[in-house]
Design a protein around this ligand. Structure first.
Ligand code: HEM
Length: 501
């Protein structure tokens, strides 16, 4: 569009010359236009006027750049590797109509995720914000974000974990026992299980309504589909379905909060100290008065707080499918994990035991297995931030408006950080000192780092314990293809036939 306007103006000026009406003004105009044109060309080439150049540009197709290659044709780690060979360690490309700088060096990743100068904003397109909750912590910026993030962090504090472990143990044991003899889809059953464990730390209760767990996972799935859509407001599209699902989850959360507030007013104590209890105590301290269960602002505030937890249930279900796949693919590793878990089971000395924090701390090899699962699967392959002010890095300018694109999967598959990266090898995490800082980042870090990572790890260890000690299984589609964009998953969700051990 800008190019057309420049062309039209030039036509006019040339016409003026041909009719020999060129005046001083026309010459000045022509001079200005040439300057503007040059500036446009220079910026298009990626060189900063009077400053450092922008990083080399990996061109693709007109307008859409390399979007198709990134999203559909290449694995994200291979996409980056090929361009690093061509352009070196820092390059730009056009993805999803945005000028993006790929972040593949640990020091730049650290700048990006800790953002010491507060120059960056999280990059969620507005259609994704609508799906993920426009007032949820993931969409907030600046002070509003840091306030809610700090509150979230305190609500997930480790002092609550011991009680939550007792709750997770009960839910997981019951669920794993119900899988005996069943043919099941690991991703689907995993999502339902994580919806039920989320009840423990969110609300301090057990959910025994299987239909509700089913509905919640279905709504989360629809939101996930909406995120993969083009975000167009057209009836029948994944985006519209996703928006409906968002509304359902919001309504469910509001109702749940209202009921729990009323119960609390009536003096009911929760089974576990939960995030909700913590949150309500914080609000009460801030307000300096008892809370009113009909206070809409409070209910909506609490709802916004819980939204990201619900959004992660799907991701956790996908993680469970990867756990089952890697346990199935590597029988020698399964044997080692099982030996460790059997030893813990035997040490408990009673049939209906409960796992404790100390038991989880003994699961050293299983934890290495979990870390390696995160590395190899790299569920979240990319993180994005938008640059709010030009800054310099290694002799280049990174311009305001550019999207910084952290290629997490590329880090996890870089042989300089993880030798023989295609090999599934939990022992690479045996000594944490062997892992270079800021190269293993399945949960991000810094001022938007994952606040659920320790809670999710504890749940996964408990699941691994009961699955390996109580069940055997056969994979029904062991060679199912894997897809790594936008969230790495196994096509078909990894179906298995479960047997009692
Ligand atoms: C397998 C499961 C999970 C994975 C792979 C995962 C991954 C991530 C990643 C990569 C980030 C960084 C986002 C960024 O820097 O832009 C993040 C942030 C976050 N995660 Fe998780 N997460 C998981 C589960 C959870 C759970 C269960 C919870 C809640 C209990 C949770 C709560 C959060 C929150 C609150 C943030 C911060 C968002 C922000 O401030 O923008 N996550 N997660």
């Amino acid at each position: 569009m800008a190019a057309t306007t420049v062309g039209l103006l030039l036509d006019r000026i040339i016409a003026n010359f041909s009719t020999e009406k060129a005046s001083l003004w026309t010459s000045i105009m022509l001079g200005l236009m040439v300057l503007i044109l040059l500036a446009c060309l220079i910026s298009w080439q990626g060189t900063c006027t009077g400053g450092l150049p922008e990083p080399p540009f990996s061109k693709g197709w007109p307008l859409i750049g390399e979007t198709i290659h990134f999203a559909f044709l290449e694995n994200t780690a291979d996409f980056v590797r090929r361009r690093v060979e061509r352009h070196g360690g820092l390059f730009r490309t056009n993805l999803f109509l945005k000028n993006q700088v790929m972040v593949i060096k640990p020091d730049l990743l650290k700048i990006m995720l800790t953002d010491p100068q507060r120059l960056l904003e999280s990059n969620l397109p507005s259609f994704a914000q609508m799906l993920l909750g426009k007032d949820a912590v993931t969409a907030l910026q600046g002070k509003a974000h840091s306030t809610m993030y700090a509150l979230f962090m305190r609500s997930m504090s480790t002092r609550f974990h011991e009680n939550w472990i007792a709750g997770f143990d009960e839910v997981i044991k019951r669920t794993v026992d119900s899988w005996k003899g069943r043919t099941m889809n690991c991703y689907g059953e995993g999502s339902k299980l994580f919806a039920n464990t989320a009840f423990v730390y969110m609300f301090g209760t057990f959910n025994s309504d299987n239909e509700l767990a089913q509905k919640l996972t279905q709504w989360n799935r629809e939101i996930g589909r909406g995120l993969m859509s083009l975000g167009l407001y057209i009836p029948g599209t994944g985006y519209i379905q996703g928006l409906k699902a968002r509304k359902n989850i919001d309504q469910f959360l509001e109702e749940r909060v209202e009921v729990l507030l009323k119960q609390r007013e009536g003096g009911l104590k929760r089974q576990f100290p939960s995030s909700l209890e913590f949150l309500l105590d914080s609000y009460r301290a801030e307000a300096g008065r008892e809370l009113n269960p009909n206070d809409r602002n409070l209910i909506i505030g609490v709802r916004n707080f819980f939204i990201p937890i619900f959004d992660q249930i799907e991701v956790a279900g996908i993680l469970f499918a990867w756990i089952m796949k890697y346990l199935s693919d590597f029988p020698d590793i399964l044997q080692k994990v099982k030996a460790e878990q059997d030893e813990i089971a035997i040490s408990k000395n009673e049939p209906d035991y409960k796992l404790t924090l100390e038991d989880l701390e003994k699961m050293k090899y299983s934890y290495q297995f979990l870390q390696e699962t995160h590395r190899k699967a790299s569920l979240i392959g990319s993180l994005l931030r938008t640059v709010g002010k030009d800054f310099e890095y290694e002799g280049f300018t990174i311009r305001k408006g550019t999207v910084l694109h952290a290629a997490l999967r590329y880090f996890h598959y870089n042989p300089d950080y993880f030798p023989n990266p295609n090999k599934f090898d939990p022992s690479r995490f045996e000594d944490p000192a062997n892992v270079k800082p800021h190269t293993f980042t399945p949960f991000g870090f810094g001022n938007r780092g994952c606040l659920g990572k320790t809670v999710i790890a504890k749940q996964c260890l408990i699941i691994i314990h009961y699955v390996t000690t109580r069940l055997r299984w056969t994979a029904l589609d062991p060679a199912a293809p894997e897809k790594c964009n936008p969230i790495a998953h196994i096509k078909g969700g990894y179906p298995v036939q479960m047997f009692e051990n």
